[in-house]
Design a protein around this ligand. Structure first.
Ligand SMILES: Cc1cc2nc3c(=O)[nH]c(=O)nc-3n(C[C@H](O)[C@H](O)[C@H](O)COP(=O)(O)O)c2cc1C
Ligand code: SF4
Length: 601
């Protein structure tokens, strides 16, 4: 074997030992190796593959899937600007250009001295305090020109991240409106004790009575989900908390975990009580790396208090513990079956469903996957009962919903309302004026125009996982839709052809319109793509990828028509644009190096 640099060997040995040589932790191992060595060198893959007894291709396949894992050097400082539409509205692209100029690097490239790289990433969940960026996966909020200049200085001086001003890494909760959940202020163990006093059967009955439905998007009945899992045959039952929160514009799980972690872990423990599960996992998105230590500290405190571990609250046979798995920059891992694949140490590819996780989930065993907010809400049901909870909200949508409000408004942040609140009420509360549109539930949700602001946040009207992005009259709704389409093309996992190709074609069509080459024929192309994506995609990402375009064409057509300079169809392939890499390589960008100029001359 070739001589292996010591830090790599040490990092591999340490992570393999930490995870007891268990190949299901391969994603965690790769992440930890990168944290220690800045990237995952071929030697690290060799070492890991040997230590785990896996084929090299398996380790490479996992490392290649996640956008935060690097199998090529990306610098000691890896800067990623958050690129949600709300970051764009706050000028993230100018800030990125400024940083690249100051550091003398090209976006996407690593500096020649191996010190730094600068690129973009999908929404980092900081929309209420953007523009945001990540440095080595740690979030920096409220980026402006002086902060960019200071960061460049710190990088040039090679100051360790731990010595950077703490203020840069400040992430505020910004809770603007509390209702029964955010205002609950329960003592650790209070809801769990109430759940234990009821017993598993009665807890399930209360949960069904409460009409609590999943807060992650699909809105499935939580009581029925827990019951189906409890009744499913298996050697072990598992509890999984989905804290991947990748939908652009959503950040309520971030606040629940930072300010109410006990409530979330307690909801998972209640679920364990109902299922008879002994193991729980919280899948935390990689963008929330900064929370890992504080969440582990909460878990440890709960162990010390007898709220996790063996014989919880003194009850013989109630043994349950929770561990945290960190994601690595893949939106698709929020889809529950992809999340389970990722937890098992694989690429995050959605599974065929059925069977559903309640019968065949983690390690093919019965598994409940719930959103952070769903688990937190289950504590209220355990404590106050199903009838009390069902009395809040509307008849089809019980309880409250936490909205992550961002964009053009005076008071971005978290707003908790009973279901049934109207869009206009939320707009008034957050100080939004002259509003043109609201995108509810992120790019895969719905774009509402002014005439629809009387509609209500509820499963029977506008269901939402929580994102609420406001756009005033200054905003170009075509640019909004184009940003969302780029997001889907970037985040498609590539498993099925209709989505992999379809989302790219859609992105190309939007770019073509943006570049002034669009014609009315392109609308028909978009419709056709939508039909293919809807009918033939393997999972929800593909099904909803056209939503933002169709919505904005229907409601904000002038934003598209302004760009239609052609009457006749033009192919989506733009030769001049495709020649850009060649121009960059040759360092030639004069008029003669462009197709249009050559044709005219
Ligand atoms: C592409 C895609 C991304 C998703 N991302 C998330 C997510 O980040 N968080 C989440 O809770 N659910 C997400 N979901 C929904 C989950 O698949 C699942 O329905 C949810 O975690 C179940 O929990 P709930 O019943 O508490 O809502 C996503 C679904 C799809 C199709
Ligand atoms: S629809 Fe897209 S994201 Fe979903 S499995 Fe297919 S390629 Fe992957």
């Amino acid at each position: 074997m070739s001589a292996i640099p010591d830090p790599v060997a040490a990092a591999v040995a340490a992570t393999v030992a930490r995870h007891r040589q268990d190949p299901h932790y391969i994603l965690q191992m790769l992440r930890e190796i990168q944290e220690a060595c800045d990237w995952i060198a071929p030697e690290a893959i060799d070492r890991l593959q040997q230590a785990l007894g896996l084929p090299r291709t398996k380790v490479e396949g996992v490392a290649g899937f996640y956008s935060f894992l690097y199998t090529k050097p990306r610098g000691r400082y890896r800067v990623l600007f958050s690129d949600n539409i709300t970051d764009r509205m706050l000028g993230n692209m100018e800030l990125l250009r400024r940083m690249c100029e100051q550091l003398w690097i090209e976006r996407g490239k690593t500096s020649e001295d191996g010190l730094v790289s600068v690129d973009t990433t999908s929404c980092t969940g900081m929309c209420d305090q953007g523009p945001a960026l990540l440095v080595n996966n740690y979030a920096i909020t409220r980026v402006d020109a002086p902060r960019v200049d200071a960061i460049c200085e710190l990088i040039r001086a090679q100051v360790e991240l731990a010595a950077w001003p703490r203020e840069y890494f400040r992430v505020d909760d910004q809770v603007r409106r509390k209702d029964v959940l955010l205002g609950a202020a329960l003592a650790p163990g209070e809801a769990l004790a109430a759940g234990c006093a009821r017993g598993a059967e009665a807890l399930l009955a209360e949960l069904k009575l409460s009409k609590l439905r999943g807060r992650g998007g699909a809105g499935f009945s939580t009581g029925l989900k827990w019951e189906a899992c409890r009744n499913a045959a298996g050697s072990e039952h598992y509890v999984v908390c989905n804290a991947d929160e990748g939908e652009p514009g959503t950040f309520k799980d971030r606040v629940l975990l930072s300010a109410h972690a006990d409530l979330v872990f307690e909801g998972m423990s209640l679920c364990a009580l109902a299922l008879g599960a002994r193991r729980g996992m919280l899948y935390l998105r990689g963008e929330y790396r900064y929370m890992l230590d504080q969440l582990n500290a909460v878990l440890e405190r709960r162990r010390q208090a007898g709220l996790l571990g063996i014989g919880i609250l003194g009850r013989e046979g109630f043994d349950f513990d929770i561990e945290i798995h960190l994601g690595a920059g893949a939106y698709i891992c929020g889809e529950e079956s992809a999340l389970i694949e990722s937890l098992e140490g694989k690429r995050g590819t959605p599974r065929n469903r059925p069977p559903f996780p309640v019968t065949h989930g983690y390690l093919d065993q019965p598994t409940v996957v719930n959103n952070v907010e769903t688990f937190a809400a289950s504590c209220l049901v355990a404590l106050r009962g199903g009838a009390w909870y069902a009395g809040i909200g509307t008849s089809a949508s019980a309880g409250t919903k936490i909205l992550s409000v961002s964009g053009d408004c005076a008071r971005p942040g978290l707003y908790e309302y009973p279901y049934g609140v109207s869009v206009s009420e939320v707009l008034a509360a957050c100080g939004a004026v002259d509003v043109q549109a609201v995108q509810v539930s992120g790019p895969s949700g719905v774009c509402l125009a002014a005439g629809e602001f009387g509609r209500r946040i509820a499963f029977e009207d506008i269901p939402t996982a929580g994102a609420f992005m406001v756009f005033d009259q200054r905003r170009d709704m075509f640019a909004v839709a184009r940003n969302f389409v780029h997001f889907f093309a970037h985040e498609s996992c590539g498993f099925c052809t209709p989505c992999r190709v379809g989302t790219s074609l859609l992105r190309n069509l939007m770019d073509k319109l943006n570049n002034g080459h669009g014609s009315p024929y392109d609308f028909a192309e978009i419709e056709k793509l939508n039909r293919i994506l809807q009918a033939m995609s393997h999972c929800g990402l593909g099904h909803s990828a056209c939503n933002p375009v169709l919505d904005t064409i229907a409601k904000f057509r002038p934003a598209y028509e302004r760009r239609l300079q052609q009457k006749e169809f033009e192919p989506a392939f733009d030769l001049d644009w495709a020649l850009e890499p060649a121009r960059q390589m040759t360092g030639r960008d004069d008029a003669g190096a462009h197709i249009g100029s050559v044709e005219k001359s």
